[in-house]
Ligand binder design. Sequence first.
Ligand code: GAL
Ligand code: MG
Length: 984
Amino acid sequence: MPHDPLLALRPWDSPEITSWRRLPMNAVDRRSGALCLDGSWRFGLLPSPDGLPADGPRADDLPGGWTVTDVPGAWTMESAGDPPQYTNVRMPFDEFPPRTPAANPTGVYERSVDVPAEWTGRRIVLQVGAAGSVLLVQVDGVPVGVSKDSHLAAEFDLSGVVRPGRAATVRLTVVKWSDASHIEDQDQWWHAGVTRSVLLYATDPLHLADVTVRARRDGRLRVDCAVRDAAGALPAGWYVTAALDGRPLTRDTEFDRLNAEDMRVSDFLGEARLRTVVEDVRPWSAETPELYGLAVRLHRADGSVADTSHHRVGFRDVDIVGRDLLVNGERIYVRGVNRHDFHPLTGRTVTVEDMRADLVLLKRFGFNAVRTSHYPNDPALYDLADELGFYVVDEADIESHDHAHEIADDPRYLAAFVDRVSRMVLRDKNHPSVIIWSLGNESDYGANHDAAAGWVRRHDPTRPVQYEGAAKVDWADPALASDIACPMYAPIEDCVAHALSGRQTKPLIQCEYSHAMGNSNGTLADTWAAIESTPGLQGGFIWEFWDHGILQRVSDGRPAGRAGAGLYGNGVTAPGHRWAYGGDFGETVHDGAFIADGVVFPDRTPKPVMYEHREIAGPVRLTYGEGVLRVHNHQHFRSLEWLAGEWLLVRADGTALGAPAELPEVGPGGSAEVPLPFPLPEPGAGEVWLTLRVTTADDEAWAPSGTEVCLPQVRLGAAVAEAPPEAASGPAVTLDGDALLVHPLLVSAPVLSLWRAPTDNDELGGMAARWHDWGLDALVREVVDVREDGARVVVRSVYATGAGPVRHEQVFTPVTGGVRVEESAELPAGLDDVARVGTVFETVPGLDVLDWYGQGPWESYPDRSAGAPVGHHSLPVDELFTPYLRPQESGGRHGVRRFTLSAPDATGLAVELGAPAQVSVNRYRAGDLAAAAHHDELVPRPGCVVHLDAAHRGLGTASCGPDTSAGYLIAPGTHRWAWTLHVL
Ligand code: GAL
Ligand code: MG
C-alpha cells in the first residue's frame, strides 16, 4: 500500500516543518462568493497517524467505522472515543518536546465538492479556518498541503489539482498531538478537529494578494496593495482603485496619482500605494466605533475588475508617549477581559452570533477591551470588536507552559514562533480594534521571542508589542520584547510602587488580574481606585470571561454536544446534566475546576462580579459633599448625550422617591454641579441615599434604549444611632434543655458560625486547610453557664478550636413581639483569619421570599460591594443563591440593616440588625455546599439556612493572585453584634 509522502515525513514530530504549500497569510476577505464546505463530512477516527495508507483509511482501520460529523466542530465534543481533557500547565502526555505519544488520535474528514464549471481558468483556493494540531490536505488523493497552528486559517492553492465542472474529494487528516502541541499548552480543554469553517473560493489569476490599510485620526489614509498573478508574471497595465463609503477615491481625485514612485511593478511583484486625506473624519475609538467601508479594486489594463477586497476602516492612532498608552492622543483606561473561543456544546467552535453575544454582554457591563487569550480568535471576533468598540490585544498561538524554558531558545521552534506571530499580524493588521500585538503567553523568554518581536516591529511599526514573559524580567527595560509592562496578578501595591518609583518607562497594563474563579474578584474596586489615582497605571484584563464548563450528560458521562441546546439557563443545567470540569470525563491527568474561572457561567449568565465591574467602569459618577452634588463624565471621548437618567431617593424607613434626571452637558473627563433633585433631609432624619439610575437614551449597537448602564449612589444623610429596644413584657424567652433558643419559626437555634463553605480562593489559597485544621468546619458548642437575669437570659458557651477556645455569649431579652439577641465572641490570638463571625440558624419551610434593606439586589461581599447600591430589595430565596460550578459560599448580601423572610400569606419573621451585617439566606448549610463537587449534587433543604455575620472575610483572588487585603480579614479579639427577631 503506497504511503502518503507527507505522512512519511511525520510532520507531527517535526517542529521545523511549520507548513508545506500553505499560502501566505493576508487580509483579503474572501468570504463573499466562496463555497462554504461546512456541514456533514464523512469522518473516521484512528488511534494514531502511523501507517495511514495514501488513499485514506479503510473501514476496518477505524475502530468506530466511518461516521458522519459536522464541520466545523471538535470530535472531542461529539465522538465517544476521545473526550475533552483539561490541563492547565502540564502536558497531557509525558513526551518531551518535540515528541508526541504513540497514542495519537487522528481524524480523517472526507467530502466531495462540486467545483463550479464557471471557475475554469481561475485560481482555486481551499481555506480551512482552523484545524489542529496538524492538518494534512489531500484532494483526489493528491497531497496539497500541510499546516500547523490550531487557531489560524490555512489556505492551499488547488488550481492545478481540481477540475472545474467536476467533483473533487477533499480529505482533511487532522493529527491531534504534535510538536506544536508543546507550544499550544494553554490553560484550557484539549480538543481536536476542524474547528472553524472550510471555504473554497476562486479568484482571477490576477488577484489582490494582500491589502494593508493605515488610517490615522487626522483623516490620513494609506492603502497598500500587493498584486500577484497565478501565472507568475504580471500582465501589463493593471491598476488599482478604491472607494470609501461608496465615494470613489480614484488616482486622479482624492488619491495621489498612482505613478511610478507609488506603484512598483516588476514581472512578479506588484505593489500599489494609495493615499488620501479624508476631511472631517469621525475617529474610531472603543467609545465611538466609527467605521468607513473601503472597497479596493484591481483592474486589468482594459479597466475591467479582476478582484475586489472590502474592508472596514477605523481612523485612529495608537501611541506610547512616555509611560502612557494613548488612543487618539488620550490616555485611556483599559477595562479588559481575557476571552477564549469557547462554547459549552461545541468546545472551541463558535458562531458569529455567539461572539456577538459575548461582546454585547461585555459592553453592557462596562468592558472596553479584550485580550484574545491565548491565540488569534475567530476572525469574526475582530469584525465585531471593530463594530461594537473594543480595544484588542491580539495574541499569537504560542504557549509552551510546561516546557517553556526548553522551547524559548530552541532553534527547532524558531520558525514556528515567527510563523505564528507573523501570520496573526498579516491576518489582523487592518482592524482598528487591534491596538497591541502579543507574542503569546507563558513561554518563558528567549531568542525565539525576540525574533518574532523583530519581525512585528519592522512590519507594523504602528502598534506596540507586548509579552508578559519578557516584561517580567524587568518592567522598565526598553531592550526587552515588550513595549508594555504587562504583568499578571501583580499585587496592586507593587504596581503603584513601580509607578511612583521614578523608574517606570512603559505603560503598566496587567495582561491578567482579578482571577474570577468561583466566588471571587475581591478588591476590584480598591484596585481601580489605585489605578485611577496613580499616573502610569492604565488598567488590565480580568482573568477571564468564561467558566469553561462543558454540558455533560450525567448518565453516560458524554458531552451533550449540539443536542444539548436549550438544556441550560440562568447558569444552571437541566436535571440529568451538569457543567463538566477537569476529571469529569474519566481522565486521570487533569486540573479540576481551575477551568471554571470566568465572569460568566458556561451559558453566558453574568456572575455577580459583572455588576461590580459595571459600576466601577460606569461612564457616570456622582459625588456629594457639603451640599454640593456633582455629576462626572468618566469617559474618554463621549459626552453624556447618549445617556438618560432617573433619580431615586431611598430612606431607611422604607420610603422611596423617584424623579427624572437631566444629565448635564459635560465633556469627557469633566464634571458639573447639579441641583439636588429632592430637598435635603432634616439632619438626624436617618439614612438617606440618592441613586442615579443611568440608562441608554437611544439604541446603541450593543443595547436598546433604556438599558441600565450604571447606578452611582451617594449618601445624603447618615444613620443615627438608635437606642436598643426596651425589654418588654413580651413572651418569655424559651430555651430547651441544651440552652438553645426555641422559636416557632426556627428549626434550629442560633449558634456561632466561624466557617463558610470554602470558595475556590479559600481552597487554593490555603485558608480552607487552616480552617479545617482549626476545626472551624465542625465546631461543637459546650454550654458553660445559663443565667436568668430578670426577663433576660444569658447563655455562655465555649467552642474548642485548634487555636484555642472561643468564648461566646448570647443575651436573650424579650421585646415587644420578639426577642433581642446580643452576642459576643472572643477569638483567641491564634485564630487570626476565620471565614466569618456570626450567627446561623435554620427556619421552618415556606418562608420563600427575602425582603431586605441593604446592598443589592445582587450578591455582594465586603470586598466586592461597590456595585450593589443600598436600597429596599426583594427576591425569592431560590434566586439569592449563585450556582458557582463547584458549590461554595455564595449568595451573600452585604450591608444588610434589616430583612423579612416571609410566606405568600405575609407571615414569617423579621430581623433587625444592630449594625449593617453580611447576611445570607439559602437552602444549604455550609457543610452541604462544601461536600458537593457539582451543583446537581446539591439537595435543597425545605427551610432556609440564615447567616447573620458581624464580620465576613473578604473574597480576594487567592486562587491565582493576591488574597484580599488586610482590611478585609477578621482580626482575633472580641466581636460584638446584636439582632432582634420578630414574628410578622
Ligand atoms: C495565568 C495564565 C492563564 C490561566 C490563569 C489561571 O497564569 O496565563 O492562561 O492559566 O493563569 O487561571
Ligand atoms: Mg498557562
